[in-house]
Design a protein around this ligand. Structure first.
Ligand code: PHE
Length: 339
């Protein structure tokens, strides 16, 4: 009789523990309780058997009843805790919520413009080079044939250091550095920052970026310059652009020209961007002055070339319709994140 009782109790306990192991909800747990230690559960149903147990075995039977009840009660408790904590975890994390976009940095619009320009010129065979922003007078002025009386040399226009060096006023200094080091043919583009003592406004800043181009070979003409600029402009602005040249003056080019692009907004019909002229002043350019070629040790009878330079911010402003140069250096992320 005792054997029979113990084996039934064990079966009920093993079944209950296994069921609780897999219980997922409060209801699963209650069901286990009801069919085991509950008022009409299997264990309760076994109590009448106690009456048939011989007296010498009663104590052992009673203990077995207790042990099984305690085992089941403990397992019920553990199962309740487990489902409660997983329910809490489930409500704390809403896996359907959209994720937060991490704040990744991005390239400054000026850097993007530099890269875009360099890529276009690279396809035409120009190699990008750079030079120091802290220049000497030779590379920034003397070698470029700037007369001693040239207004740009004035301390009112240029930032000088006490040792006589200066913050370069133009990337043209890189022309000289390249020609001093290398033999023709030369085909370079040099983007970089320049400094001038200007009063900052919507189109002027004390620092800005230029991109300089230089092409030296035995047979180079103004027509090559025009084609180069036309090809560049059409690629950069993504539409057919015409180039117009007007006579101008730079100490380091002869002849010198001012290059206008047909208006990138209206295509030349006239609009408020080109002030109804159909043209935009973009680049200074010309054929490299023979004196400059001599200054770097080239023979002007053997080689010649063209040079051009323009403001990078101006290009970016036209392309992205930005109306104030100062936005590029204000570092307002609301502006910068648009690029
Ligand atoms: N360096 C000139 C400027 O800053 C532009 C230029 C470059 C003109 C190359 C001619 C040739 O105004």
């Amino acid at each position: 009789m005792l054997e029979e009782l113990l084996s039934q109790l064990n079966t009920i306990r093993d079944e209950a523990l296994a069921a609780l192991e897999n219980a997922k909800t409060e209801a699963d747990i209650e069901a286990v309780k009801n069919r085991t230690i509950g008022r009409s559960g299997a264990i309760t149903a076994l109590s009448p058997m106690m009456g048939k147990i011989p007296p010498e075995n009663k104590k052992q039977a009673g203990m077995a009843f207790n042990e099984v009840k305690v085992a089941i009660t403990t397992a019920l408790e553990a199962a309740r805790e487990k489902t409660a904590s997983s329910a809490a975890a489930a409500s704390a994390i809403d896996v359907t919520m959209p994720g937060r976009r991490p704040h990744a940095g991005r390239k400054h619009p000026v850097s993007q413009t530099i890269e875009e320009c360099c890529a276009i010129f690279r396809r035409m065979g120009f190699v990008a080079v750079s030079g120091p922003e802290l220049e000497d007078i030779w590379h920034n002025f003397d070698a470029l044939n700037a007369p001693l009386s040239h207004p740009s040399r004035d301390v009112k226009d240029t930032f000088y250091l006490s040792d006589g060096r200066l913050l370069r006023t133009q990337t043209s200094a890189v022309q000289i550095r390249t020609m001093e080091k290398e033999k023709p043919p030369i085909r370079i583009i040099s983007p970089g920052r320049c400094y001038r003592r200007d009063t900052p406004d919507a189109t002027h800043g004390v620092h800005f970026h230029q991109i300089e181009g230089l092409y030296i070979d035995t047979d180079v003409s103004l027509a090559d310059l025009k084609t180069t600029l036309m090809t560049f402009a059409s690629e950069y602005f993504g539409r057919e652009i015409a180039v117009r040249m007007r006579p101008s003056f730079f100490p380091f080019t002869e002849p010198s020209v001012e290059c206008d692009f047909s208006c990138v907004m209206c295509g030349g019909k006239g609009c408020n961007v080109c002030k109804n002229s159909g043209w935009l002043e973009i680049a200074g350019a010309g054929m490299v002055n023979p004196k400059v070629l001599e200054n770097v040790g080239y023979d002007p009878k053997e080689v010649r070339g063209f040079a051009f330079g323009f403001g990078l911010e101006r290009l970016a402003m036209l392309k992205h319709r930005i109306n104030d140069l100062r936005l590029f250096s204000d570092n307002d992320v609301r502006f910068l994140y648009q690029f």
